[in-house]
Ligand binder design. Structure first.
Ligand code: BGP
Length: 488
């Protein structure tokens, strides 16, 4: 296995999936704070109260009824409220990351911990202090922080009161938040990600019934335009604040394959690559909309509102690094009968050559080598794999051990694929495995969809001590890092 000497091995988490402390020390609310547990295999829902007093459940990514207020039902369990309580365990958790030998820790700052509603004049000092303490702790162990500014967590106030990302003023609120934290942590953080999996909605569009697509596309593509502008402005600002700063875009790197060699299937896979990945990648890496953007807007009947100097703003905010998550490939076909849906996607077909995880995600290390080559060939800037892993339930044995050979096997094969991609010529500089400590699943709200090297004693209903235990994969990853993947 060949990895560069200073390769960043590490792990990744997101604020609302680990921190807990959802309403203390000044933190404002976000969407997941009104998302009650959906239970095993049910997708999560948000709770709102209508002006009539009636409580309604809105599916994630659904439309909130007019006049509805965020509602927390005291009789229900909200998994993100306490999560694994990283807020109070960060010292212990970072010590465990250090014990594994982490060189990098990808985490996110919760916007609503700094600006509870997103619009205040002054930042919340308790929030600033919390992250300063986390960064100081990482520094103690020489672990480089990689900080995501937005991991699906816009302050709820902006979402419900001002129109969220549809409103151009959200750009300024976000840039101000970024400026405050980038200035505050100038001496502690050098690697930043602006928006996590910014491209998700373009994939999700295809899952909607035909009748809803036009409206959803109009909103998604306009909101995305505002996020691209926000990202570009933050990139420019980051360089002004500290020329050492390196800023990355972050894309959900689902690799599209054609199910067959039928030309329409091949074209469909190419279209998915363009719409799902290159649309967002091109804007952030090349600083302009790709040649196929107009055709895409036409496909969905979208009228995009842009202002005169938007193009110049985008061009000035090109990122330094391309980062992405990789969990699976997807198989596309125009043959409707073969479309069964897979993983989080309700479209696409099962790939007969792959094994699937308990949550239906196709395990495909070769797809990682493929997409790394594809992306690097197009962009030729340093790449980071900032999420990858197997979500699977584990068994805690009476003696405190957790035997997870399936996770070791999954990760090993993906590390081999990265090594091949490096040999292919890809400039890959980091790998931060997802959910390095068990956390609340973003897609399902479950705890049992575990990704960690560290087991956390907590179940889907909130029972458990939250005590941490080292899994077998913990020792495996420790050896891998110590030998720079020569031994694993
Ligand atoms: C990505 C998100 C993460 C994470 C991961 C695994 O989409 O960036 O927040 O949770 O997927 O997904 P899940 O939690 O649904 O298993």
């Amino acid at each position: 296995m060949k990895f560069p000497k200073d390769f960043f091995w590490g792990g990744a988490t997101a604020a609302n999936q680990v921190e807990g402390a959802w309403n203390i020390e000044g933190k404002g609310m976000i969407e997941t704070d009104i998302s009650a547990s959906g239970g095993v295999n049910k997708h999560r829902v948000l709770t709102y109260q209508l002006p009539t007093g009636e409580i309604v459940e809105v599916p994630m990514f659904g439309r909130v009824p007019e006049g509805a207020n965020p509602y927390v039902d005291p009789t229900r369990y909200y998994p993100n409220h306490e999560a694994i309580d990283f807020y109070h365990h960060y010292k212990e958790d970072i010590a465990l990351f250090a014990e594994m030998g982490f060189k990098m820790y990808r985490m996110s700052i919760s916007w609503s911990r700094i600006f509870p509603k997103g619009i205040e004049n002054e930042p919340n000092q308790a929030g600033l202090e919390f992250y300063r303490n986390v960064f100081l702790e990482l520094k103690k162990y020489k672990i480089e922080p990689l900080v995501t500014l937005w991991h699906f967590d816009t302050p709820l106030y902006l979402e419900t009161e001002t129109g969220g990302w549809m409103n151009r003023s959200t750009i300024d609120h976000f840039v101000r938040y970024a400026e405050i934290v980038m200035t505050e942590y100038k001496d502690l953080v050098n690697y930043w990600i602006t928006f996590n999996e910014i491209n998700n909605r373009l994939f999700f569009l295809e899952m909607l019934p035909e009748s809803q697509r036009q409206q959803a596309a109009q909103i998604s593509i306009q909101e995305l335009h505002h996020q691209f502008l926000a990202s570009a402005k933050v990139v420019k600002l980051a360089r002004q604040i500290n020329p050492q700063n390196k800023i990355a875009c972050m894309i959900n790197g689902v690799t599209p394959y054609p199910l067959t060699s039928r030309p329409s299937d091949v074209l469909m896979a190419q279209e998915a690559l363009k719409q799902g990945i290159y649309y967002c990648g091109d804007i952030q890496v090349r600083g302009k909309y790709p040649s196929f953007a107009k055709r895409l807007w036409e496909k969905y009947g979208v009228e995009l509102e842009m202002e005169a100097d938007d193009a110049a703003v985008l061009l000035e905010g090109k990122v330094d690094i391309f980062s992405f998550s990789y969990y699976m490939s997807m198989c596309l076909t125009t043959d409707e009968e073969a479309q069964t849906g897979q993983g989080n996607f309700s479209f696409g077909a099962l790939n007969p050559y792959l094994d699937y995880s308990d949550w239906g995600w196709g395990i495909d290390p070769t797809g990682l080598r493929y997409i790394l080559n594809e992306l690097y060939g197009r962009y030729e800037i340093p790449m980071m794999v900032v999420e990858n892993g197997l979500g699977q339930d584990d068994t805690l044995e009476a003696d405190g051990s957790v035997h997870d050979p399936y996770r070791i096997d999954y990760l090993k094969r993906h590390v081999e694929a990265m090594s091949e991609a490096i040999a292919d010529g890809v400039d890959l500089i980091a790998y931060t495995s997802w959910g390095c400590i068990d956390l609340i699943s973003a897609g399902t709200g479950q705890m049992s969809k575990r990704y960690g090297f560290i087991y956390v004693d907590l179940d889907d209903e909130g029972n458990g001590t939250r005590q941490r235990y080292r899994k077998d994969s913990f020792y495996w990853y420790q050896r891998l890092i110590a030998t720079n993947a020569e031994e694993m």
